[in-house]
Design a protein around this ligand. Sequence first.
Ligand SMILES: Cc1ncc(COP(=O)(O)O)c(C=O)c1O
Length: 406
Amino acid sequence: MAFDPINPPQRLLMGPGPINADPRVLRAMSAQLVGQYDPAMTEYMNETMELYRGVFRTRNRATLLVDGTSRAGIEAALVSLIEPGDRVLVPIFGRFGHLLREIAERCGAEVHVIETEWGTVFTPEQIAAAIAETRPKLLAIVHGDTSTTLAQPLAEIGALCEKNGVILYTDATASLGGNDFETDRWGIDVATAGLQKCLGGPSGSAPITLSERAVELVNSRKSIEAGIRADGDAVSASPIRSNYFDLSQILDYWGPKRLNHHTEATTALYGARECARLLVNEGLPEAIDRHRLHGTAMATGLKALGLELFGDQKYKMNNVVGVLIPDGIDGDGARSAMLNDYGIEIGTSFGPLHGKVWRIGTMGYNARRDTVLTTLAALEQVLRRGGFGVTAGSGAGAALDYYHSA
Ligand SMILES: Cc1ncc(COP(=O)(O)O)c(C=O)c1O
């Protein structure tokens, strides 16, 4: 059977991620392969480490990529940090908190959770009380939970963890590059991300950074795999329960030893390097400002269409907004109309928000004025045809006014 070449339809991806990749990232990914230990390749690896130190705002030597989507980074972090029986505290404020809990459980942790209603975040006092009660070894928390569009402030939580000798892990997949994120200043031990949100690339590579004390912990469980192990090499009594995600071995591959582990996903690395290069060249503060500008323009336009925003707006991520689906409008039908008539994708929601909230993103390559105005203009027509009363031009007009005043 003969198939046609891949020729995807033109789409404007304005959901919570993935988004359209920056063409420069796609171009970098079309470059030819080199060997795993070619000096050009190891140089690209070193440059990628340096670039991601800039993105994560850290001096951590251990800043690298895990091959796989964002959850590969999460699994690598948690399986490498958690020994079976360890106490782990997971504050949950959305879907991805549940994911952290599930992965920690699968790592054999004794998991304690606290939960807050979707659309809210935790106060430092709530976290402090949970730490005092559970005395965890590790606190695992999402920074920006895409499911609710909110970001949990982490600076005070970092200080709390430091004071109590707790390792702090955070999932910054949705927030990194578009919102303030300060690995070192906030005292974060391990952070992971993905490319498909504010970094403007395709999913498939998971940047990660680890503090010195996290590296020490991970390396204390090092077991170099049989077949490449030399006399005297480490064999741990409590090895990391995954080979692929064993950060102690992955660090040796990315470090001066260049000890063989997996075959680095070269094309994904080219893409990840370009994502970081673009952000660092733009400047992290400038990139965050860009996300804030376009995110606020989108929110302003949605409100002017007569829509209500979801969640405590004080904690909204810059790059995505939740909006309540108005009474009488079929949420999935409207999304289909956006896609079929305008080629624009906006997001549905999970769990308790499904059918109630759309999520609309302005991130990475799509954090631009033209994408915001086009999406608002199209949504106005879809709402109007669905019977929701809107004033002609109100959404795009309000966003444009905001741009002119900002
Ligand atoms: C906050 C957060 N964490 C984790 C993930 C999982 O990422 P992936 O689908 O790339 O594995 C996502 C995906 O949207 C996310 O938004």
